[in-house]
Write a protein of this length. Structure first.
Ligand SMILES: CC(C)(COP(=O)(O)OP(=O)(O)OC[C@H]1O[C@@H](n2cnc3c(N)ncnc32)[C@H](O)[C@@H]1OP(=O)(O)O)[C@@H](O)C(=O)NCCC(=O)NCCS
Length: 183
């Protein structure tokens, strides 16, 4: 592991991002996730802010925080929804992903979201960073009907920020339908 440290994290909106950097960000996601990363997955990263992590000037990490309305029991909250968290394979295991997510946590706490939400198969990674596995059943709202999404139950995680109302972690959690993966 290299000890030297020339790591920087930039927070940028889609309005202000350089088009070449946007292409590079998609490249980081595509290389990191491989075939798992669909066009819909990329679309889901738009509409909020991106966190870009550079190692000696090269883009090696990406995450997006996008606004979504998420239901918790009877409440509907403004969530900062985390998408496209990726660190290039050769740069993993050096603390860069943690650095990226700490920046994402700060953005969520700062930009008016009442809660952070994400879906993952890497629970332990996010738990170390203050995210909590949600224990309630998950649903998607589709044409005014609530449809269970049981495959998502184990992957949904929540970050409580200072603006969060009291939430009981066994409450149902609900998102609105969208193209591609709903969560
Ligand atoms: C998940 C992902 C973003 C983590 O990025 P990363 O740069 O490897 O993250 P870190 O190095 O901070 O942490 C990874 C592991 O290395 C360990 N680690 C952190 N810093 C370390 C260091 N300095 N030295 C050795 N190990 C370290 C951590 O304990 C962590 O283990 P954990 O995940 O079991 O908690 C990255 O693995 C990735 O892009 N994966 C593929 C895409 C993906 O799954 N994205 C998330 C989907 S929601």
């Amino acid at each position: 592991m290299r000890v030297g440290d020339d790591i920087t994290t930039t927070v940028v909106t889609d309005d202000e991002i350089d088009p070449g950097l946007l292409v590079a960000a998609r490249g980081v996601c595509a290389t990191t996730f491989g075939d798992r990363f669909s066009g819909d997955d990329w679309d889901h990263t738009f509409g909020g802010v991106r966190l870009l992590l550079f190692d000696e000037g090269l883009l090696v990490g990406h995450a997006a925080v996008v606004p979504r309305r998420i239901g918790f029991g009877e409440l509907t909250l403004r969530a900062g929804y985390v998408e496209g968290v990726a660190v290039l394979p050769e740069s993993q295991g050096r603390g860069l992903g943690s650095r990226l997510m700490r920046a994402a946590n700060t953005v969520i706490g700062r930009d008016g979201a009442e809660v952070g939400v994400l879906s993952t198969s890497r629970r332990s990674f996010y738990e170390r960073l203050g995210w909590e596995p949600w224990q309630g059943p998950s649903f998607v709202r589709r044409a005014d009907a609530l449809v269970r999404t049981p495959d998502e139950d184990d992957g949904l995680m929540v970050l409580r920020v200072s603006a969060a109302p009291a939430l009981t972690s066994t409450w149902p959690i609900t998102c609105d339908a969208r193209p591609g993966d709903d969560w």
